[in-house]
Design a binder for this molecule. Structure first.
Ligand SMILES: [Cu+2]
Length: 511
């Protein structure tokens, strides 16, 4: 991936703009981002398969204070749609990849080996991670046996590796639902669509003391949309059919939408539940699709989705929602109390922003006997708020479609090494994020707190520590952010993966 490669991406975006893909005003309307790519096989009926739970990864060894893991990235044939097999790019042979379960303050070293046909980059989303392990989009892990490529040495602190490399995660952060996924420059949308995503959970003592649902009542739910070819393969409209090509075909530059909803890799699955409380770690790992998740039927009195955590960990106290808007990369940690339903009830988790096949997500079947649940603690986590009155800088970032450059931040398409901000470690800043359209904006290294949207109070889904904010069309949001340690190069970008690949990304340097 040479400098010419980046320019190629930029030129592709500009060319697409010139050829009119931005001409359709509907693309920038208030509705869903993206364009549906229909599957070329009959869709399976919903609620036919059990919910899979991703395997938990065992460390290969321990040392004082450190757990060592190994993951081989490889092509695996998965059973997703009955009657066909799906070749996927996987972490360790499964989609989602294996879940890493970590403790706050205890280091993990994950050795990734790349046996895929193309380079990869691993990013731990939500991780408070040193720059050389953060997955800078140029810090490629070349496949085993890749003979070329030595001249592509990246701009990032992690550099270039061939075959395998270690990522180090100190976990000096609160209990939270993190996830890991591919972050390669210009190819993230394709690589994640092919299956490169998994959970990475952090626990701590504050969480332990709360008595929240645990073990087989603490369930991660990775929600994605996908489309399938007639042979069962994942369909994705790469910019051109050759391997290694960057970006997405022009009509899909506003996002690729699938017509099959997968939860933990299974289409519209069923989960039998006892009539008691469960904790669900909801993750929207879709490339571009936004969801409005709701239980149908609602429990008596409503408020069936009780949020206890956000991207950055537990909230100060629970918040009951009838529905949750979840943009790509956001996590909502919720508790659902199935003792509020009669045994025998089937409860669907539906998507009010979907239609047809994408209006359903999964369902829960409540098994007997009738249960009774203790209330949740009124106070969850302490966590001081950032004080915007002490901010030392205010910065503005415009997330816009530009006729000359396509998706851009402050008028610039992504150029590795071009630095948009240099925040000082240990100081609080206010960042104004301004959007023309739906942009789920993600900031690496440290979480932030939402201060306002359009000069009004934060939205209903902005509580707690966030690392991704669901910016709405023509909106200005203010956030308070404080980078605590780890000097180096990090990213701010749109997490609509097609926008990201088509250059809506920027470097910032902490110093
Ligand atoms: Cu975007």
């Amino acid at each position: 991936m040479t400098r010419r490669g980046f320019l190629g991406v930029t030129a592709a975006a500009a060319g697409a703009a010139a050829t009119g893909w931005i001409g359709g005003a509907h693309l920038l309307g208030p509705g869903l981002p993206g364009l549906l790519l229909p599957s070329r096989l009959p869709l399976p009926r919903p609620y036919q398969v059990p919910l899979p739970i991703p395997p938990v990864l065992d460390p290969v060894r321990h040392e004082a204070g450190t757990d060592f893991y190994e993951i081989t990235q490889r092509v695996a044939e998965l059973d997703i749609i009955p009657g066909v097999r799906t070749p996927a790019w996987t972490y360790g042979g499964s989609f989602p990849g294996p879940t890493i379960v970590a403790r706050s303050g205890r280091r993990a070293v994950v050795r990734h080996r790349n046996e895929l046909p193309e380079p990869t980059v691993v990013h731990l989303h939500g991780g408070h991670t040193p720059a050389d392990s953060d997955g800078y989009p140029m810090d490629l892990l070349l496949p085993t046996g890749d003979a070329g490529g030595a001249s592509h040495a990246g701009h990032g602190a992690g550099g270039l590796a061939r075959g395998s490399r270690e990522y180090t995660y100190p976990h000096e952060q609160r209990a939270a639902t993190l996830w890991y996924h591919d972050h390669r420059h210009g190819v993230t949308g394709y690589a994640v669509w092919q299956g490169l995503a998994g959970f990475h959970l952090v626990h701590d003592e504050e969480e332990d003391a709360l008595g929240l649902p645990a073990d087989d009542h603490d369930i991660p739910l990775m929600i994605v949309d996908r489309s399938f070819g007639a042979d069962g393969s994942f369909l994705y409209p790469r910019a051109d059919a050759r391997p290694h090509s960057h970006g997405v075909a022009a009509p899909y530059m506003n996002g690729v939408l699938g017509d099959v909803i997968l939860v933990n890799g299974a289409p519209w699955p069923v989960m039998p539940v006892e009539a008691t409380r469960y904790r669900f770690r909801l993750l929207n790992a879709s490339n571009a699709r936004r969801y409005r998740l709701e239980l149908d039927p609602q429990p008596p009195g409503g408020g069936g989705l009780v949020q206890i955590g956000s991207d950055g960990g537990l909230l100060p106290g629970p918040i009951a929602h009838d529905a949750l808007d979840v943009s790509p990369a956001e996590r909502f940690d919720v508790v659902v109390d199935f003792s509020r339903y009669r045994p025998g009830t089937r409860i669907r988790l539906v998507n009010r922003l979907g239609s047809g096949s994408t209006a359903d997500v999964m369902c829960f079947d409540v098994t007997g006997p009738a249960g009774e649940s203790r209330p949740l603690p009124e106070r969850l986590a302490q966590g001081p708020a950032l004080d915007p009155g002490r901010a030392v800088a205010t910065r503005t970032f415009h997330f816009q479609l530009r006729p000359d450059h396509g998706w851009s931040i402050n008028g610039r398409p992504y150029e590795p090494g071009q630095v948009l901000a240099r925040p000082r470690l240990g100081t609080t800043e206010v960042w104004r994020l301004i959007s023309d359209f739906h942009h789920p904006v993600h900031i690496h290294l440290d979480p932030f707190q939402v201060l306002s949207r359009d000069n009004r109070a934060p939205g209903r889904f902005d509580a707690g520590w966030k690392d991704t904010i669901d910016l709405h069309p023509s909106q200005a949001a203010e956030i308070a952010v404080r980078f605590t340690d780890h000097p180096g190069t990090y990213m701010i970008h749109c997490h609509n993966l097609e926008h990201e690949d088509m250059a809506m990304m920027a470097d910032f340097i902490t110093e």
